[in-house]
Design a protein around this ligand. Structure first.
Ligand code: F6P
Length: 322
């Protein structure tokens, strides 16, 4: 391997820059050239390439977003699009790739690696923490800390007014942001897509706890089966018309900001391991961290396997929220 291409794709996540930096610096350390591909697969098709040196990744470890920019590419879903991407990479002599992103990114990487002779390794970059084969994804820790900082502020005003807040957080298929941050803010209920939401049980808990007039926080993952925060608020308002109920949707604030130290270190570790993995002949796998150790998991498994929700965390919610 003489030249590696690195790119970020799909939804951005804090720590992607730290991952780019690790890939670039590790490659240069091993005397391998690196090219940055801008806007993910879209940039591969449009030949948006930039040479990377040590300086091009200086002073980015602390920055949110991605200096290479990102996109969700429709054209790459077609065989014609992927052929153009491959031709463009070959023109500049790229002979291996590091893809930083989530399940959509790895779905593309898996197909590309099957169609063409191009070793690819992936780094788990998503705030959702929904990839099998790593305990945490790059950006998750920062996102849940952003959530608890925001909800702590909501709690202040909720407590002053004895209000009930329905707070919606990101995670269209996955409730891990809601679950951990919900525990972290002492939410009274946490609604996630992985478990069937029993609205009657939530109402029952509210009935019991209403006697004690104080603030209540219900945390809802955007992909929950009961619907989004507004739907849940309607159901609760119908049952408790006198309860002062408000909705707060945190939105894309969760995707930005300076990465936490945990995310920077995770990104650095898997970034180094990806380049070294390519040099050792690994391909079509995601590089994660399981129990503190580098682990390679096939793209196939990383995207298909369901990430189990920790039963312990669910139990903790049950015990602590009443
Ligand atoms: O996958 C990351 C994520 O932030 C999800 O939690 C969320 O559902 C989605 O991306 C939002 O995507 P977009 O920014 O394209 O609206």
């Amino acid at each position: 391997i003489k030249k590696i291409g690195v790119f970020t794709s799909g939804g951005d996540s804090p720590g992607m820059n730290a991952a780019i930096r690790a890939v670039v610096r590790t490659a240069l350390y091993h005397n391998i050239e690196v090219v940055g591909i801008r806007r993910g697969y879209e940039g591969m098709i449009n030949a948006e390439f930039q040479d990377m040196d040590r300086k091009s990744v200086a002073n980015i470890i602390q920055r949110g977003g991605t200096i290479l920019k990102t996109a969700r590419s429709q054209a790459f879903l077609t065989p014609e699009g992927r052929q153009i991407a491959y031709n463009n990479l070959k023109k500049i002599n790229v002979d291996a790739l590091v893809a930083i992103g989530g399940d959509g990114t790895f779905t593309g990487a898996k197909v590309f690696g099957e169609e063409f002779d191009m070793p690819i390794l992936g780094l788990p970059g998503t705030i959702d923490n929904d990839l099998f084969g790593t305990d945490f994804t790059i950006g998750y820790d920062t996102a849940i800390n952003t959530v608890i900082n925001a909800v702590d502020k909501i709690r202040d005003t909720a407590e002053s007014h004895d209000r009930l807040f329905i707070v919606e957080v990101m995670g269209r298929d996955c409730g891990l942001i809601a679950l951990r941050s919900g525990i972290g803010v002492g939410a009274e209920s946490i609604l996630i897509p992985e478990t069937k939401t029993d609205i009657n049980a939530i109402i029952h808990r509210l009935e019991i706890s209403r006697k004690d007039k104080s603030s209540k926080i219900i945390m809802v993952a955007e992909g929950d089966d009961a619907g989004g925060a507004f739907e849940v608020a309607e159901i609760i308002k119908a049952r408790f018309p006198n309860y002062d109920t408000k909705v707060s949707i945190l939105g894309h604030i969760q995707r930005g900001g300076s990465p936490t130290c945990m995310d920077r270190v995770l990104a650095s570790r898997v970034g180094v391991a990806a380049v070294e993995g390519l040099l050792n002949g690994e391909r079509s796998q995601m590089v994660g961290l399981i129990h503190g150790k580098i682990a390679f998991t096939s793209f196939e498994q990383a995207i298909k396997h369901h990430v189990e929700v920790n039963e312990n965390l669910l139990k903790i919610v049950e015990v602590l929220s009443l």
